[in-house]
Design a protein around this ligand. Structure first.
Ligand SMILES: CC(C)(COP(=O)(O)OP(=O)(O)OC[C@H]1O[C@@H](n2cnc3c(N)ncnc32)[C@H](O)[C@@H]1OP(=O)(O)O)[C@@H](O)C(=O)NCCC(=O)NCCS
Length: 295
């Protein structure tokens, strides 16, 4: 198949729903946003394009005979603990157009983009089932992540000492992402504060000065997916040791509980799984592949 890959335009946004969830096209906006996320709504998708470009990233679409049939979303990941690199946040090819070289063409464009930006690696965490696809394109597993969860105490718990509330403008720029979702930290930060399309709850964020964590204050973002549930995103000044991650994980649970959040998910490097267990977290997965292509 001859796919033409080019940067996404505003007027492509109405078509993103056909790539990700065509079955929802005629559904109500609320349902499209709830089930398909940003891609389910034109306005949300326009917001997403602006967010990517504001962060120095890009979104490319693949067209076959003037039909948009796939997309790839790439970002600089300068706050990665493995060192600065580019990151494929999302890659999706429309059903019916898979297995015809569209995915390969999209990743090829992402590789060009990353090279031109001077990055030496393009990384991703694959969707379940697409590790083989990335392997075919030369990506190798260079690290592994784990996922964990903690049920924080009931609302009204004690906030950890040395905690200061921070806001959207207090961007943790120049810090490293020690734990978080799989997305680059600043993308997560801005999406948490400004995405009013798929999130109904404001995030809660703190700067924490903790005597057990060296290297200065760290920043905790509780990115809420519901009123009482959040993903914890942790920014640090340097790569933390296991003892430091354990102290941070305890502080995360205390801060969450003090803010009325009672369920916290966290994803980080597998070497920290033991630290999370010691801090009282249930480790849900220890086998999340982290792939990298050297450019
Ligand atoms: C993963 C995805 C982006 C691949 O895009 P695609 O257009 O289907 O892939 P391509 O046709 O460009 O394939 C490129 C190469 O990877 C191979 N490949 C594709 N999917 C593969 C897979 N799941 N496992 C192993 N190899 C795969 C192809 O055979 C092809 O090899 P070749 O060029 O050497 O013959 C696409 O399938 C997709 O969007 N899937 C939905 C999202 C997802 O990941 N779902 C999980 C699957 S259940």
């Amino acid at each position: 198949l001859k796919a033409v890959v080019r940067p996404a335009r505003r007027d492509d946004c109405i078509n993103f729903i056909d790539i990700h969830c065509p079955e929802l096209r005629r559904h109500a906006r609320k349902e499209r946003l709830a089930k398909c996320g940003w891609w389910g709504d034109e306005e949300a998708c326009v917001f997403l394009l602006r967010l990517y470009r504001g962060l120095g990233g890009e979104v490319f679409v693949a067209e076959v005979s003037n039909e948009v049939v796939g997309e790839v979303e790439v970002l600089p990941h300068s706050d990665c603990l493995l060192g600065p690199r580019a990151y494929v946040n999302v890659l999706w090819v429309k059903e019916g157009f898979r297995g015809k070289g569209v995915g390969r063409a999209l990743v090829g464009e992402a590789v060009e983009w990353a090279r031109n930006k001077g990055f030496e690696a393009l990384d991703t965490i694959p969707e379940e089932g697409s590790e083989g696809f990335y392997g075919r394109l030369g990506f190798e597993r260079v690290a592994t992540q784990c996922k964990a969860m903690v049920r924080a105490g009931e609302a009204g718990g004690k906030a950890p000492a040395g905690v200061r509330g921070v806001h959207a403008q207090d961007v943790p720029a120049g810090m490293l992402l020690a734990a978080g979702t799989y997305r680059p930290g600043l993308f997560t930060w801005f999406a948490a504060w400004f995405d009013t399309f798929t999130r109904r709850h404001h995030p809660i964020a703190y700067e924490v000065t903790d005597p057990e964590v060296g290297g200065g204050p760290w920043v905790l973002l509780l990115d809420r997916f519901s009123r009482r549930g959040a993903s914890a995103v942790v920014f640090t000044r340097g790569k933390p040791g296991c003892g430091e991650v354990e102290a941070m994980a305890r502080a995360v649970a205390e801060a969450a509980s003090a803010s009325g959040i009672n369920q916290v998910f966290i994803q980080t490097w597998r070497e920290y799984a033991g630290a999370l267990r010691r801090a009282g977290y249930s480790v849900l997965r220890v086998d999340v592949p982290w792939l990298s292509l050297r450019l």
